[in-house]
Structure formats: C-alpha cells, structure tokens
Design a protein around this ligand. Structure first.
Ligand code: FAD
Length: 320
C-alpha cells in the first residue's frame, strides 16, 4: 500500500485554486491502491491556509512555514519536500503542473532517485499513469518503476476536490535552509496584474491569432473578452510578434486551459495550439478560411472576416 504526498501551492492566507485538482489526483491514487494521501504546504505565512487544506480528507497536512520559503526556489523547495517525504513515508510525490512544480519537481525527482511523469492526465494504478505525448496527439500509458515516484498533474483533467466532513491533523515541519549557500537566488518577480480572469481558472476565454493582423486587431479580441467577462489568450504567432504578452500564449509551449467556452478568433488551429485548448467544453472558431483545421475541433464555427464579425458580436452581446 503506497502513500501519496500532494504539494498544494498557497499564498499567505489562501490555497491557490488552480493547484487544488492535484488533491483530486491524490484521492484517485489512494482509491486505486487502498492507501491514503498527505498534503504539503510550503511558503511564508502559509500556516493560515493549512486549515483550508485540512478539509479535503488528507491523512495529514504538513506545513513548512518560514521566511526562507517566501519564493519557490527549486533547491530550497526540494529540500523541504524531501524532508516531508521522510516523515510521511510517501512513495509518490505529486502536484498540479504549474510554473513552480515545473521548476521544483525535476529536482525533487533527482534528489529522491525517483522516476517522474509530467502532465499526467489519468490514473491507472499507483505506479501507472496516462500522459499526453507529441503535442497531445498520443496518450501514453507509462509505468514508473522506482520505489519513490514523482508526477506533475494536468489540472484541467482533474476536478476540484470535494470537501469532506473530517478535518486532517496539521503538522509543522522545521526545515533549515541557508539561502546564502544555495546556487540560485531569487532576484525579482515581474508580476503582470490584470483585471481580467486568470487563464488557468477562467470560465471563458477569447483568444486571438495572426488573423488579427496586429495590435489594433488584437484590441477586438480584448473587447469581445471584456464583453463576455472572459480571459484573453493568444496564439504563439501573436505573442512572438509582440502583439500580446507572452503570458497569454496558449498551447504546447504556453498555457493549457480548459474553460467552459473558448472562442478562437483568427487562429488556424495548429496542433501545438490545440494541445493547449482542445479540452475546452465548448469551442467556437471565427476564421475566414472554411478549411482552417480549427473547425475540426470547433463545436460552433463562423466562416467570416473577424474585423466584421467580432464588432457585430460585441454589439449583439451588449444588447442582451
Ligand atoms: P496562422 O497559422 O497564421 O493562422 C492565422 C489564421 O487567421 C488563418 O487560419 C487565417 O485563415 C485566419 N485569418 C486571417 N485573416 C483573417 C480575418 N480577417 N478574419 C478571420 N480569420 C482570418 N502555437 C501556439 O499557438 N501555441 C503554442 O504553444 C505553440 N507551441 C509551439 C511549439 C513548437 C515546438 C512549434 C514548432 C510551434 C509552436 N506553435 C505554437 C506554433 C504553431 O505551429 C503555429 O505556427 C501557430 O499556432 C499559428 O498561430 P495562428 O493560428 O495565430 O497563425
């Protein structure tokens, strides 16, 4: 019987919602092998958020709360996770795929001598998982054969976890890290603040592609998004051209999203873009080329010039 340790990311007073599906993954592994799962919170001031984490049915919530963990450095976080693994006896370390776990988990795997599967989309049993390959064109079933294993989990493939009646015990773990002795150091964070919904958790997303022809055309995409109170995304072509920030890129080398509604405006539907959005519940495509591959995945397609269709759509929605 194995034990899973799930890293849940937290700010000083709350859990990061986008990382909670990792807990559902932990519960599924536990259901598959008859074992349990623990949660780990690491950061500065995160003890406050531990009470929220204790509502999801974990055997225990481990908390590393110290000023040294204010910023997620792979070296320091790997040290903390290795210490928690020792205490919990976990044989699988997992967490939602994020910029933090993309950085931290490979180091955790190296430190624990563990095999790692990234972007896991399904559980077969406690050592066998499904994950996408070749930009999502193939789903591979992989078996991790090391005694301890590490997985990052694609959050869009797992539901938010259910709150259970019982409360998990919370254990504080002291981990000593000398930041000055690390080979990496935190220099700064340039945070992009936006009034619009965050892409990872947005219910609706309007995304623009090269068809918008420039930054002015991209404003139409933003207008439609604002009318729908949606998040704004972009294809890589748009980000590479500098018409939108790189943080908006959706796809294989951008963000993976699965909103209830995804509207692709002037996007052709290259496989690398589809890899980031084809899990969306309803896909709408606006493209003047009826043969564009995006129509193969779209639930609703509008063959039209976006410069005419989008302003009409915005005006019509405002009438509602
Ligand atoms: P295009 O393919 O040029 O399509 C533009 C579309 O706009 C066309 O279908 C055209 O018919 C339509 N159009 C033009 N004018 C109008 C108009 N007036 N009205 C309506 N429609 C119009 N791409 C990503 O998006 N995300 C990724 O993460 C990503 N990762 C990649 C990783 C690798 C390793 C590689 C090799 C590529 C990656 N790409 C990625 C790039 C990808 O292959 C495509 O080049 C890119 O997605 C194309 O973007 P696009 O659809 O905006 O542009």
């Amino acid at each position: 019987m194995s034990k899973t340790l799930i890293l849940v990311e937290a700010t000083a007073d709350s859990l990061r919602k986008t990382t909670l599906p990792g807990i559902t993954f932990g519960a599924q592994v536990a259901a598959a092998n008859g074992g349990g799962f623990d949660l780990a919170l690491i950061g500065t001031g995160v003890t406050k958020a531990a009470a929220s984490a204790a509502r999801y049915g974990a055997a225990k919530v481990y908390v590393v709360d110290h000023a040294a963990f204010e910023h997620a450095l792979a070296e320091s976080y790997a040290t903390a996770i290795a210490e928690i693994v020792k205490r919990s006896g976990a044989t699988l370390v997992a967490g939602a795929s994020s910029s933090t776990t993309k950085d931290v988990f490979p180091r955790v795997a190296a430190r624990l001598g563990a095999a790692m599967a990234s972007e896991v989309t399904g559980v077969v049993d406690e050592k066998t998982f499904k994950r996408p390959m070749w930009a999502g064109n193939v789903t591979a079933t992989v078996e991790l054969t090391t005694p301890v294993k590490v997985c990052s989990v694609r959050a869009t493939e797992f539901d938010a976890p259910a709150v259970v009646g019982a409360t998990s015990p919370i254990e504080s773990v002291d981990v000593l890290v000398d930041l000055g002795a690390l080979r990496t150091k935190f220099v700064g964070l340039k945070e992009i603040k936006s009034e619009r919904p965050e892409l990872a958790s947005a219910d609706r997303i309007v995304s623009g592609g090269r068809g918008v022809k420039g930054p002015d055309g991209f404003r139409l995409v933003e207008q439609l998004a604002d009318t729908l109170r949606a998040g704004v995304g972009a294809s890589r072509a748009v980000c590479d051209a500098g018409w939108a920030g790189n943080d908006l890129q959706i796809g294989q080398t951008g963000k993976v999203v699965a909103p209830n509604l995804y509207i692709a405006v002037g996007i052709s539907g290259a496989i690398q873009h589809l890899a980031g959005m084809k899990g969306s519940k309803v896909i709408v495509a606006i493209n003047k080329d009826a043969e564009a591959p995006i129509f193969q995945v779209a639930d609703y397609g509008l063959v039209a010039d976006l410069f005419e269709a989008v302003p009409q759509l915005v005006a019509a929605i405002k009438q509602l």
